[in-house]
Design a protein around this ligand. Structure first.
Ligand code: AKB
Length: 319
């Protein structure tokens, strides 16, 4: 392995993990990036892979030694909606997993990426243009674990000098992978249903506005933060990131420009309460100033790109 970037991705088969692992391999070389997850992928991409339960600190330690790892992207987590079905289990995975990674980083002087989320915000947070530094009183166990996680990241940086960097992802939308267990997941499914010509039943109300980000921007921003010179990384909890904000009705209106017969119904469930507790739009001025963050995709550009990729995908899978 090349000495500069020897990367371990924890949670590599998840929605972001799959795309980020591919991007890291394209950038640094396939063999430089070791993908890990609790179980193997159905169609595993080429490159090193190991099964890893993030709660198993010894297995993590062994992989770091075996591959001489110097960076970890720690993506394994239980998201907002799934976490509510078993809060203590979600807390254990999210917090113990992070501790194992931070401890390994302290011992081996590793650089770490930790994904936080807009789920750190709660009903007491200003809902529009939510500032970087603001009230964070989340109502989900996922949100609580991300607030605590951000603080622990900053603690390890301040106390032990661990170079840990983080962004607060909004809902992430991409054609490459499917999300699971989140409140913003509807915004991926809606595109799949439209392209397949199927009816879409939305689990949120049509007027529920949430911050969202296209996958390509999320990956570009993550890599930009991780490659920024350390003196530019002034926030060691987690950076706000913004792309776009929209409601289910707005994304459906955009999709209907391509599929005029797209049929949609709304049946809000327990995820509505989670969405209602989050903010609607994000102020990402600090990320822009400190390390040059800038999203490229708005709702129309994302819709065009999603539809064209998904049309190609479903055309190929029908052959
Ligand atoms: C979720 O909906 O739980 C995630 C998130 C916003 O972190 N997509």
């Amino acid at each position: 392995m090349n000495v500069n970037n020897r990367i371990l991705v924890v949670g590599a088969n998840g929605q972001i993990g799959l795309v980020l692992t591919a991007a890291l391999r394209a950038r640094y070389g396939t063999d430089q990036v070791v993908a890990t997850d609790i179980r193997p992928a159905t169609n595993p991409p080429a490159g090193p892979f190991a099964v890893l339960d993030v709660l198993d600190s010894q297995a993590l330690e062994q992989l770091i030694q075996d591959y001489n790892i110097n960076q970890i992207y720690h993506l394994a987590a239980i998201l907002s909606a799934r976490g509510e079905s078993d809060p203590r289990w979600a807390w254990q995975i999210n917090m113990e997993g992070l501790f194992n990674v931070l401890e390994a980083a302290r011992l081996h002087k590793l650089k770490v990426f930790f994904p936080s989320s807009i789920a750190v915000f709660g009903p007491s947070t200003p809902r529009d243009h939510t500032p970087q530094h603001t009230a964070m009183e989340p109502t989900t166990v996922y949100g609580i674990s991300k607030v605590a996680g951000e603080q622990w990241c900053q603690y390890y940086f301040q106390r032990y000098g661990v170079d840990v960097r983080s962004v607060r992802y909004p809902g992430i939308i991409g054609y490459q992978s499917m999300p699971g267990g989140g409140t913003t997941d509807y915004a991926v499914e809606v595109y799949h249903r439209a392209v397949k010509g199927e009816h879409f039943n939305c689990f949120l109300r049509p007027d529920t506005r949430l911050p969202m980000l296209y996958m390509d921007d999320a990956i570009a921003g993550t890599l930009a933060l991780m490659e920024a010179p350390p003196e530019q990384v002034k926030i060691r909890t987690s950076y706000n990131l913004a792309g776009m904000s929209f409601t289910p009705a707005e994304v459906v209106a955009e999709i209907t420009k391509y599929f005029p017969d797209f049929s949609v119904s709304y049946q809000p469930d327990y995820r509505q309460r989670i969405a209602d507790s989050w903010t609607q739009s994000i102020d990402d001025g600090d990320a822009r100033r400190d390390w040059g963050w800038q999203a490229r995709f708005d709702l129309p550009a994302m819709t065009q790109d999603m539809i064209s990729h998904l049309q190609q995908y479903y055309a190929l899978t029908q052959v």
